[in-house]
Write a protein that binds this ligand. Structure first.
Ligand code: MN
Length: 480
């Protein structure tokens, strides 16, 4: 997908100024294209109401257009943008910049002023977007500044996430875990707001698919496992069954066009093992996953993987080390091996719940680095995306009897405040842990999709957060 760059102007200044506005725009686009992860293409300079309307209509209909960037190099009277911006359906970035970093002492005259007047041209443009209430990201500053480029990149990634989200299909193998509240939610509202098509597929059909997998397919998958992982087990038959499950799940997902899935240990009728290694290896390939039927976190995990090539995983806050101020995150089995600091080991251990055979799983330690933990909860009147900044560390002990993948992090601003803030906001126990999707990207994504965003970070104050949430509840209820 690519992004359209649109320049705002008018006929008032004559052909020469318009020509220079276009060449200046092309220069900005050329520079930014060399810095950004996704293509930016100069489309046109808007001079009339009809021109603006036509361009935005085309952007809406072009499946390859992931969003528009608008910059008013000169003054572009904003009444001519009303119809265009009112109809806009794509993510929108208002870039407020200038071709020159400094004002040239001798070269400045009224011609120069007419050409380089984004300082007020962009204010006129910003007013109409504000008046119309159009969701937009605003990036201000010299276009070659690193922070400006980074902000545009974050918006691009969020916009790519939005496009992915709007066509995302999630397959549910079995329902949510009995009695659990936070994994529930309004699937119609999720499709309306986020585009997610969340549908159920019978476990019986999956079992038929598992049993139909050819031995040759299993052996090919086993060879792949040998290349990727350390076999820390002699129980090859058990590992082969996971290979069989992975192949069957992937077949159904690909056939249905699903990029995310869920299952539940309470709903495995006819399956010998809870998919462990199978789900982990599918996450490695970019599929979203949610345990206990958690389709919201499954979708978020898939989005995180589409937004950034950096590691992301389904995660669960499990237990605390108060001495170290750390959370140990893990799951029954299903942690994505992309976050591993060491080479993952395939192991077979009994599972205390579910009443199935001991499943094969990948065990490893998560790597150090800055990350975010994010969840989506259904507040009834609206969805709330909660994102917490985290400092991941290498696990401080070897925990030799822990039979699952594990990772540790220090939540911002500290364990006690971070945990209290998360609980205050109603945050889920399931999250997507991502090293590449920053809070800024999640924030922009939330704005594009029209869901509430709550950020827990190093400046979080519990009292202020409580007030923010109260106002948020009011605001989002009114919006509805
Ligand atoms: Mn869980």
């Amino acid at each position: 997908m690519k992004f359209w760059f649109i320049t705002g102007s008018q006929f008032l200044y004559g052909e020469e100024t318009l020509r220079q506005a276009e060449s200046g725009s092309r220069e900005v686009v050329r520079y930014l294209s060399g810095q950004l992860p996704f293509e930016l293409e100069y489309k046109d300079t808007v001079k009339t109401e009809g021109g603006a309307r036509e361009l935005i209509k085309n952007a809406n209909y072009d499946d390859d257009c992931a969003g528009i960037v608008v910059w008013c190099h000169t003054f572009s009277p904003s009444k001519m943008w009303i119809a265009a911006l009112s109809s806009l359906q794509k993510p929108y970035l208002h870039l407020h910049t200038q071709i020159n970093k400094a004002i040239p002492n001798k070269a400045i005259d009224m011609d120069y002023m007419n050409l380089h007047q984004s300082a007020h041209g962009d204010r006129e443009h910003g007013f109409i977007a504000g008046r119309l209430g159009v969701a937009r990201e605003i990036v201000a500053g010299y276009y070659k500044d690193e922070s400006v480029v980074k902000s545009i990149e974050n918006w691009q990634r969020a916009a790519i996430g939005a496009a992915f989200s709007r066509s995302l299909k999630v397959a549910r193998f079995g329902d949510n875990m009995r009695e659990v509240a936070v994994t529930e939610g309004d699937k119609v509202e999720a499709q309306l707001k986020l585009g997610w098509q969340v549908n159920t597929y019978g476990v019986g059909g999956l079992v038929e698919e598992i049993n139909a997998v050819a031995d040759s397919e299993v052996q090919a998958k086993m060879a792949e496992y040998r290349g990727l992982y350390i076999f820390n087990t002699d129980d090859i038959k058990t590992v082969e069954y996971q290979a069989r499950e992975e192949i069957a799940i992937k077949k159904i997902l690909d056939q249905e066009g699903c990029k995310a899935f869920t299952n539940s240990f309470e709903d495995l009728y006819g399956m010998k093992q809870l998919p462990g290694l199978a789900s982990q290896d599918l996450m490695r390939q970019g599929y979203g996953y949610g345990g206990e039927g958690d389709w919201k976190v499954s979708a978020l995990t898939a989005i995180a993987k589409a937004v950034s090539g950096e590691p992301s995983s389904f995660m669960e806050d499990y237990t605390y080390d108060y001495d170290a101020g750390l959370i140990l995150g893990s799951h029954m089995l299903e942690v994505c091996p992309t976050i591993a600091a060491d080479k993952p080991r395939i192991e077979v251990h009994p599972l205390g719940i579910g009443g199935k055979e001991p499943p094969a799983r990948l065990s490893f330690s998560g790597k150090a680095g800055k990350a975010t933990c994010t969840c989506l909860i259904d507040m009834g009147a609206h969805f709330r995306l909660i994102c917490a900044d985290a400092e991941c560390v290498e696990p401080i002990n070897s925990y030799p009897n822990l039979p699952v993948a594990r990772t540790m992090w220090r939540p911002e601003p500290d364990l006690n405040t971070g945990a209290a803030a998360w609980i205050r906001a109603g945050g889920a126990h399931h999250t997507v842990l991502s090293y590449g999707v920053s809070a800024d990207i999640w924030r922009i994504f939330a704005r594009i999709m029209g869901v509430e965003f709550v950020h827990i970070n190093k400046t979080t104050d519990l009292y202020r957060l409580e007030k923010e949430l109260e106002l948020g509840d009011l605001l989002w209820t009114l919006k509805r």
